[in-house]
Design a protein around this ligand. Structure first.
Ligand SMILES: [Zn+2]
Length: 310
C-alpha cells in the first residue's frame, strides 16, 4: 500500500510577511524534492478538507476558535498579528482549517485501511497551539485535532503522539497532559523557545530536553532510553507524528546537528512500533523545518520510511 499525501493549494495562501521563515516556499520545496527523488510516484495525493468547528473544539476552547475566525483580515493586503511571531492574512483561516482537516482525513484513511500511513504536507503548523492560545506560527493544533478525532470517531483507546521538532510541543502537551488515552513524547532543544517541557510531571508525557549541538548519536541514545520502551509498553493503536525538521544541522532556526539519516532512523523506529502494535497505522503532520533544501530532503527521507520496506 502506498502512502496518502494530503495537502491543499490553499495552504499556500497563508503569508505572514515576505521575510517570515514560515513561508509558502516550504511546501514548494517539499514537492520539488519529492519529484526529484522519485518519491512522488509512491504517494497518492488527497486534497485536505476543512476541519469543522466541532472537530476543532474537541481540542480547542470554542471561544478561542471564534476569536481566530473573527480575527481573520478581510482585505488582501492586511496582516493581523495574533502574537509576537504569529500573524493572519486573508488566506490564513482557510489554510489553518485545511491543515487541521488534513489530519482528520489522514486518520480516516488509515483507520479505513485505505493506506497504512499518511503524511499531511500542510501549513500553518500546529504543535505550539494550546487549547486556548495561538503561538509560534500555530493556530490550530493539527496533530491533536487528528488524535481527538481518532479517539472520538474511530473508538480508539490508545494513541501515541511523537514530536521530534526541535521545539517542545507545548500545545499538544497542554491539550493532552493527564489524558491516559494519549501518550505524548516530545524531544526538543532546552533551554530554548518556548521554554516549556522540562518540568511536566504528567504520567502520559515523556519529554526529552536536549542541549544545543545535539547530534544523531545523542538523539538516538535518548530516544532508545526514553521513548521506545514507553511507546512499546503503551501499545498504541495509532501512532501520530509531529514531524518537524528544524533540528537539521543546516536549519538556522535552532541549534541541533541532526541529519537526514537521523530522521530516517526515528521514522523507522516508529514504523516498526506501528507494525508491532498498530497494524502499521501512522499519521504524520508537518511541523517546523525552515531551511528549504534540508526540509525537502528530510521530508523525502521521512516519507520513504513511512512507506516502509517490509
Ligand atoms: Zn520547530
Amino acid at each position: 500500500m502506498n502512502l496518502a499525501f494530503i495537502s491543499h493549494h490553499e495552504c499556500q495562501n497563508h503569508q505572514m510577511g515576505v521575510h517570515h521563515p514560515e513561508t509558502p516556499d516550504r511546501l514548494h520545496a517539499i514537492n520539488d524534492r519529492l519529484i526529484a527523488s522519485g518519491m512522488e510516484m509512491l504517494v497518492t495525493h488527497y486534497d485536505a478538507p476543512i476541519a469543522t468547528f466541532e472537530q476543532l473544539t474537541r481540542v480547542h476552547d470554542p471561544d478561542y476558535v471564534r476569536m481566530i475566525e473573527e480575527a481573520a483580515p478581510k482585505a488582501d493586503d492586511e496582516i493581523t498579528w495574533i502574537d509576537g511571531d504569529t500573524a493572519m492574512c486573508r488566506g490564513t483561516l482557510q489554510a489553518a482549517r485545511r491543515s487541521a482537516g488534513a489530519a482528520i482525513l489522514a486518520v480516516d484513511l488509515v483507520m479505513g485501511d485505505k493506506h497504512h500511513a499518511a503524511f499531511c504536507c500542510v501549513r500553518p503548523p500546529g504543535h505550539h497551539a494550546e487549547r486556548a492560545r495561538s503561538m509560534g506560527f500555530c493556530f490550530f493544533n493539527n496533530v491533536a485535532v487528528g488524535a481527538a478525532h481518532a479517539l472520538a470517531m474511530h473508538g480508539l483507546e490508545r494513541v501515541a503522539i511523537v514530536d521530534f521538532d526541535v521545539h517542545h510541543g507545548n500545545g499538544t502537551e497542554d491539550i493532552f497532559k493527564g489524558n491516559e488515552q494519549v501518550l505524548f513524547c516530545s524531544s526538543f532543544q532546552h533551554p530554548f523557545y518556548p521554554g516549556t517541557g522540562a518540568d511536566c510531571d504528567a504520567p502520559n508525557v515523556v519529554n526529552i530536553p536536549l542541549p544545543e549541538r545535539t547530534a544523531g548519536k545523542e538523539f538516538k541514545a535518548a530516544v532508545e532510553d526514553g521513548w521506545l520502551p514507553r511507546i512499546d509498553a503503551f501499545a498504541p493503536q495509532l501512532i501520530m507524528i509531529s514531524a518537524g525538521f528544524d533540528g537539521h544541522v543546516e536549519d538556522d532556526m535552532a541549534h541541533f546537528n541532526l541529519r537526514e539519516p537521523d530522521y530516517a532512523w526515528i521514522t523507522r523506529q516508529l514504523h516498526d512500533l506501528a507494525v508491532k502494535h498498530a497494524r502499521e497505522r501512522i499519521v504524520s503532520c508537518l511541523e517546523g523545518g525552515y531551511d528549504l533544501s534540508a526540509l525537502g530532503r528530510c521530508v523525502s527521507t521521512h516519507v520513504d520510511e513511512l512507506i516502509g520496506h517490509a
